[in-house]
Ligand binder design. Structure first.
Ligand code: ZN
Length: 206
C-alpha cells in the first residue's frame, strides 16, 4: 500500500492538472464564440429561401449542421477528383483547393488547410458533448464540417490538421473550369425599402 500511495497522489495531481487545463480553456472558447458572433455573414437568407436553392441533403448539412454518411458516393467521387477548386455550395465562394487535399481514410473529404482565399471560419462547437472546432463558410455561415489537430492521419501533412468536410457542402470545379457565380443578396435595408415601395403600390418587391 505504501508503494501505491505516491501513484495515487500522482494520479490525483494529473486529474487536477487535467481539470485545471479544461477550466483554463473556457475563456478561450467563449472568446472564439464571441468572434463568431461578430462574424457577420455577407449572405443572409431565411431557411425557406435556402430550401428553394439547395437539395434536401445540402440543406440538412450546410444549413442545419448535419453530417453526411461517411464512405458514400460523395466521398468516392471526391477521392477520384483531380486538380481543381472547391466552392461553397450555398454562396459560391472559394473554400479549398486540391493542393491541400489529402487521403485521411476517414470517409469524408479531407484537407490539411483551407485555400488561400481564406473563406473558412473556425468556431468552437460544444454540441453532442464534445469540444470540437467547427468550420463554416465565412461569407454565408454554411456548416462545412470540423477541423482536428495533431492526429496520426495528418502527421505527414504540412499543418498536421485535418479539415473533415462534408462533400455535399462543396462544389468542385476542375482546374481551368468556370467558377460558380457568387450569390449576392441585397442588404436588409434595401429589401425593406423595396417592400415599402411595393406596399405603397409601386414596383413589386423581388
Ligand atoms: Zn458560403
Amino acid at each position: 500500500m505504501k508503494i501505491m500511495s505516491p501513484f495515487t497522489s500522482l494520479c490525483a495531481v494529473c486529474l487536477l492538472i487535467g481539470f485545471s487545463a479544461c477550466q483554463a480553456e473556457e475563456p478561450k472558447s467563449s472568446k472564439t464564440e464571441t468572434k463568431m458572433e461578430t462574424l457577420k455573414p455577407e449572405v443572409v437568407l431565411s431557411d425557406e429561401e435556402w430550401k428553394k436553392r439547395l437539395t434536401a441533403e445540402q440543406f440538412a448539412v450546410a444549413r442545419s449542421a448535419g453530417t453526411e454518411r461517411p464512405f458514400g458516393l460523395i466521398y468516392e467521387t471526391f477521392e477520384k477528383q483531380g486538380e481543381g477548386t472547391y466552392y461553397c455550395v450555398c454562396c459560391g465562394v472559394e473554400l479549398f483547393t486540391s493542393n491541400e487535399k489529402f487521403h485521411s481514410g476517414c470517409g469524408w473529404p479531407s484537407f490539411y488547410d483551407a485555400s488561400k482565399a481564406k473563406n473558412v471560419f473556425e468556431k468552437v462547437d460544444n454540441s453532442h458533448g464534445m469540444a470540437r472546432i467547427e468550420t463554416v463558410c465565412k461569407r454565408c455561415g454554411a456548416h462545412l464540417g470540423h477541423v482536428f489537430e495533431g492526429e496520426s492521419v495528418s502527421k505527414d501533412t504540412p499543418t498536421n490538421r485535418r479539415f473533415c468536410i462534408n462533400g455535399v457542402a462543396l462544389k468542385f470545379v476542375e482546374k481551368g473550369g468556370k467558377a460558380p457565380e457568387l450569390l449576392v443578396v441585397e442588404s436588409e435595408a434595401v429589401q425593406k425599402k423595396k417592400e415599402e415601395v411595393a406596399k405603397e403600390g409601386g414596383v413589386e418587391a423581388k
